[in-house]
Ligand binder design. Structure first.
Ligand code: ADP
Length: 494
């Protein structure tokens, strides 16, 4: 598995959770998995027992007209037999950010070179390890050069003759679009840069397009999103045509959640534990969270809304900005954890200074606090404009924190709207992307919250749902097997 993130080593969002949990879920059903990822400076060698890779000494990797020395380190993921290889070279991953410079908040200018290096050095590592692999599973645009290289530079390399490739799209909006010299960085002949080639996209190089066109099979992280990205430019982000050409090879597989990491009965980050049978620990978590965030404890039954998110347009913060007065007019409190676009940092700073008793924001990345918010909040607000899968709504279900979501992608696939008549459903769902519809769903939640009996029933129903990895891991296994069969039959890509 090639990924730019894998928890617990490096995580920016859901990709990190998936690349960390899926290998663990595949092991018991018969896959032998290794992970190849960047050796980011932020990863603690001591904490994770990371050491130099004795089997593969450093080696030169061609980058553009020169070369870069690749250094390989490795460890074993805790409680598994999964080997994790960390690739370093030049100063590519010796920085304070994963993708963006934390000072300018812009992507690093050499991202194409950094991730072309990851792909090239990773494939060279596999050759040097000497054991051919059946399938390389690549995640998102940062690793899309892997199938691109397999179809070009390594096309006639016998070592890879039976190696197939699955490409998973976690978020189509982050495509990795670069100038044409990005091809040379990966060592791919400029002759491949022409109209109708996977390696050209409107005069540029688009990593996501390369992944979609050159992998044997592709998938995305929910069935809903798989349909949406074929539907037109709004969700297809300009690649809808490219995707339609491959629609016969496109699958939707819902992410699971790692119940060992996200479990309110055992979660080490929580001040108290709880279960559907005994929810008393959840009130302790709420009190602790209010105190931690500097919010006063209110008299009576006042709902606490939680948000944990990248602060990006995708996540619906323009709706929250528009509705902020209406939200704050209600008797409620709110905690926000997130980092991202400057305007949303400013929004939450402003709201917390205007309503210091009602809203508190932590503008940064804090894994422990993410767990504490899932446990301590009553309602989880996630009004995404689009959502390939979404994990926080699933964590919320498990933690008895009722999700209020927009019906898009994975949110629509996982949250069932509450119906008063039948007292059924697992959350509150709105369809049209407007502040009014979002408020309508939120207000329905607030009304029901006042009815503690029904609310408890709703919480417990959500907590009993199972979105474990096992089912999805089997579906991935089926795709891997399909790829192996395709390549054996000589019907794979390239
Ligand atoms: P996305 O991958 O689009 O960011 P997901 O809902 O799929 O959204 O996954 C987000 C993951 O990142 C969740 O595990 C969430 O808890 C975590 N996360 C997001 N922002 C933060 C933050 N500021 N601090 C800690 N964890 C965060």
């Amino acid at each position: 598995m090639f990924s730019a993130e894998a928890a617990p080593f490096a995580k920016v969002g859901g990709l990190g959770d998936v690349a960390g949990a899926l290998p663990r879920a595949l092991e018991p059903i018969g896959a032998q998995v290794s992970i190849v990822m960047p050796a980011y400076r932020m990863i603690s060698r001591e904490k994770f027992g990371i050491r130099s890779c004795a089997a593969v000494p450093s080696f030169e990797v061609p980058v553009g007209s020169g070369s870069v020395r690749a250094e390989i380190a490795q460890t074993t993921a805790a409680g598994t037999g999964v080997t994790v290889y960390f690739l370093g070279g030049s100063d590519y991953f010796e920085r304070d950010g994963f993708y963006d410079d934390p000072v300018t908040r812009q992507g690093y200018a050499d991202n194409s070179r950094r991730f072309a290096f990851l792909a090239r050095a990773g494939l060279e590592l596999l050759r040097r390890l000497g054991r051919p692999v059946d399938v390389i599973h690549c995640h998102d645009s940062q690793t899309a050069m892997v199938p691109g290289l397999l179809r070009t530079v390594y096309r006639n390399d016998p070592f890879f003759s039976h190696t197939g490739c699955l490409f998973t799209i976690h978020n189509l909006a982050y495509q990795g679009v670069y100038e044409r010299d990005a091809l040379a960085s990966a060592g791919i002949d400029p002759g491949y840069f022409h109209a109708s080639s996977p390696f050209e996209f409107w005069g540029k190089v688009n990593f996501m397009k390369i992944g979609i066109e050159t992998a044997d099979l592709i998938n995305t992280v929910s069935e809903g999103y798989a349909r949406e990205i074929l539907s037109g430019p709004e969700y297809g982000c300009g690649l809808e045509g490219v995707l339609r050409n491959r629609s016969g090879s496109l699958y939707g597989i819902m992410n699971g959640i790692d119940y060992e990491v996200w479990n309110p009965e055992t979660d080490p980050f929580l001040p108290a534990h709880y279960s559907p049978r005994d929810l008393s620990g959840k009130s302790l978590c709420k009190t602790d969270l209010l105190c931690r965030m500097g919010l006063p404890r209110q008299r009576g039954r006042v709902p606490l809304i939680g948000i944990i998110s990248r602060l990006a347009d995708q996540k619906g913060f323009d709706l929250i900005a528009k509705a902020s007065r209406a939200i704050m007019a209600h008797d409620l409190q709110m905690v926000v954890l997130g980092t991202g676009q400057k305007e949303y940092h400013e929004l939450f700073l402003k709201l917390s200074s205007l309503y210091p008793e009602k809203i508190a924001a932590r503008l940064g990345f804090d894994n422990a606090l993410a767990h504490q918010i899932e446990a301590g909040a009553d309602i989880f607000l996630m009004p995404s404009r689009y959502e390939p899968c979404g994990l926080n709504q699933l964590y919320s279900l498990r933690y008895g924190t009722v999700p209020v979501v927009r019906a898009t992608g994975g949110l629509a696939d996982t949250i069932e709207d509450y119906k008063l008549e039948s007292d059924s459903g697992t959350g509150f769902v709105f369809r049209d992307y407007t502040a009014e519809y979002m408020m309508d769903a939120l207000e329905r939640a607030l009304v029901l919250y006042a009815d503690s009996g029904r609310w408890r029933g709703l919480m417990v129903r959500g907590m009993g749902q199972r979105w474990a990895w096992e089912g999805s891991a089997h579906k991935y296994m089926e795709l891997y097997e399909k790829i192996v069969a395709l390549r054996r039959a000589g019907a794979g890509r390239g």
